[in-house]
Design a protein around this ligand. Structure first.
Ligand SMILES: Nc1ncnc2c1ncn2[C@@H]1O[C@H](COP(=O)(O)OP(=O)(O)OP(=O)(O)O)[C@@H](O)[C@H]1O
Length: 265
């Protein structure tokens, strides 16, 4: 089967003009993601997670290698992808509805049908009652729901999420994880999700991809064979905890290697 997303030989070198030094953030990254899969990306701080998803989104170009989506090479951002960042970054002067429809406005795609679709999305993310509210009238969790609806409104094939729940309190974060799985199962998108929390990665994903320390390379891919739908109580199951421990030991090893390198340097 042709993968939805094919990442091949990606290398990313950040060059500083001031002193001519370079940081190799990623090197030799290869990954195939099947359509409809939920893939979580984890790894020690600075291993290149954000760099990799920005490359997939087309926000930055890799120094070498390629991203192919549905057989087409990525050369910049496109309507087949949408990104959700940690901060909701909603437009404060627009209502919830107007924030969600904004991407479609930018693409000149506002029609009666798309307005209807935005209303349905607000239902899907559980925020329909607040359609006429402004962002400052919403809690952090509600703002992030709007942000997810905004990303889904352009009907992307691939949803890319960079620590979308990191700024939320623990309880809201767990509820949002559960909501995201519900939305994902109803919308059938391919998801690439960056997180620092192993627990979050195991709970959400079909596959957890562990990036090793700088330069970031894929260290391991772990298939999460837990039944769906997944209630939050699954986080206390022995199998869940085994996945968490296993992934943590790989990340710990990678993080220690990175610290040693920094001490020697
Ligand atoms: N614009 C940039 N210019 C120069 N170096 C950069 C730039 N962006 C990232 N880097 C470097 O590339 C490496 C990878 O950064 P990146 O933000 O992708 O890692 P990360 O795994 O997402 O980190 P974290 O988990 O801490 O968010 C780091 O060493 C970082 O300092």
């Amino acid at each position: 089967m042709t993968p939805k997303v094919q990442i091949s030989g990606v290398r990313m070198e950040y060059r500083r003009k001031s002193d001519e030094t370079a940081t190799v953030a990623l090197d030799g990254v290869n990954l195939s993601i099947e359509a409809g899969k939920f893939v979580a990306l984890v790894g020690p701080s600075g291993c290149g997670k954000t760099t990799l998803i920005k490359i997939v989104d087309g926000l930055i170009k890799p120094s070498s290698g390629s991203i192919v989506i549905d057989g087409k090479a990525v050369s910049g951002p496109g309507p087949d992808r949408a990104m959700v960042f940690q901060d909701a970054s909603l437009l404060p002067w627009r209502t919830v509805f107007d924030n969600v429809i904004y991407g479609l406005e930018c693409q000149g795609r506002v029609t009666d049908a798309s307005r209807q679709r935005v209303s349905e999305l607000l239902q899907l993310v559980g925020i329909a009652k607040f359609a006429r509210h402004y962002p400052h009238e919403l809690s952090g969790g509600m703002q992030q729901r709007v942000n997810i609806a905004r990303a889904l409104a352009v009907d992307p094939e691939v949803l890319i999420m960079d620590e979308p729940f990191a700024a939320l309190d623990a309880q809201t974060r767990e509820l949002m994880q559960q909501e995201l799985l519900r939305i994902w199962s109803e919308s059938n998108k391919t998801v690439l999700f960056v997180t620092h929390q192993i627990n979050e990665a195991v709970y959400l994903a079909d596959e957890v991809v562990i990036l090793g320390s700088r330069p970031g390379r894929i260290k391991r891919c772990v298939d999460i064979k837990l039944d769906r739908p997944r209630p939050l109580s699954i986080k206390r199951d022995l199998n869940f905890l085994r996945y968490e421990d296993d992934i943590w030991s790989t990340i710990e090893e990678e993080a220690s290697k990175a610290m040693l390198r920094e001490e020697v340097a």
